[in-house]
Design a protein around this ligand. Structure first.
Ligand SMILES: [Zn+2]
Length: 279
């Protein structure tokens, strides 16, 4: 009989992010119910300067977040609970902040890299609002993503196609940009995430056409062609979503022939432990 792969989800938000529901313990209880073996928490990274405050905890809450995760490890001994953050990169803080404060002082197990915001003529916008006429803004997102990979700070890169929500046509220019990202992913051995939340969000309407926000097929066709490693992240914002639609996304990824690294990525976060010890 074929061994069933362990259910590993490293992308989970809690109510501290202000746009998600539920406590750490609620997510753990649900993970046990849904046979998840490894559950990683990845609330949005709080910054001492209060950047992007509307979508994340205050920096002063980080210690409580870590305490809650420690308590959850005791309360749910059969579940491997990992402590992480989904981190936006602020060049002003520099890579040492991420290493020394998040991973050092607070002892987090991992960071997921993500680019959620960019600037249009100085004004902060969500990357999903980038229009097809603004390819140079996509380039900025790709460059920031590659920077995070180079810094060796992240376990994987979340939703690399979030900047393309409003795009309808895959152009040679986009292909060239994303090929740079794919190459960096391979060079630095940082997997790219196929994000399951994109499947749960309402489709975007652009004129008569409607499309899933992400994942966007051409990105993953290219990823398969380049031989990129992928991780599938639930990006749960409600406890039920720690696994809910994950099987659909695994099917999606298989259709491109992509190879999944959820379990291997989690195992790498605890070099001393082998995957077999998760259960
Ligand atoms: Zn995100």
């Amino acid at each position: 009989m074929m061994k069933q792969p362990l259910r590993v989800n490293l992308h989970t938000h809690t109510r501290r992010c202000k746009h998600a529901q539920g406590e750490i313990s609620d997510y753990c209880a649900e993970a046990v119910r849904q046979n998840v073996a490894v559950l990683g928490f990845s609330d949005h990274s709080p910054f001492p300067g209060g950047e992007y405050a509307s979508t994340r905890m205050d920096f002063t809450e980080l210690a409580d977040y870590c305490d809650d995760i420690r308590r959850a490890r005791e309360a749910f001994p059969d579940l491997t609970v990992l402590a992480g953050l989904e981190a936006d990169y602020l060049p002003a803080l520099g890579p040492s902040f991420y290493r020394e404060v998040y991973l050092g002082e607070y002892g987090l197990d991992y960071l997921i890299g993500a680019v959620h915001f960019t600037r249009r003529a100085g004004e902060l916008i969500w990357v999903g609002d980038i229009t097809p006429e603004e390819t140079e803004l996509v380039r900025g997102c790709i460059e920031e993503s590659i920077q995070m990979m180079e810094n060796g700070l992240i376990a994987y890169l979340a939703h690399p196609d979030m900047a393309l929500v409003r795009f309808r046509t895959w152009t040679p220019e986009l292909a060239a940009l994303y090929r740079d990202l794919m190459q960096a992913s391979i060079t630095f051995d940082i997997p790219l995430e196929i994000n399951a939340y994109g499947f749960r969000k309402p489709p975007v309407q652009n004129g008569p056409e409607s499309r899933r926000q992400y994942p966007w097929n051409p990105v993953w066709e290219l990823a398969a062609e380049c031989g990129v490693k992928t991780v599938i992240g639930a990006d749960a914002h409600k406890p039920v979503d720690v696994w809910s639609n994950m099987p659909e996304v695994f099917d999606y990824s298989r259709q491109f022939g992509l190879v999944n690294y959820n379990e291997a990525t989690a195992a790498r976060l605890h070099p001393a432990r082998k995957t077999a010890d998760f259960r």
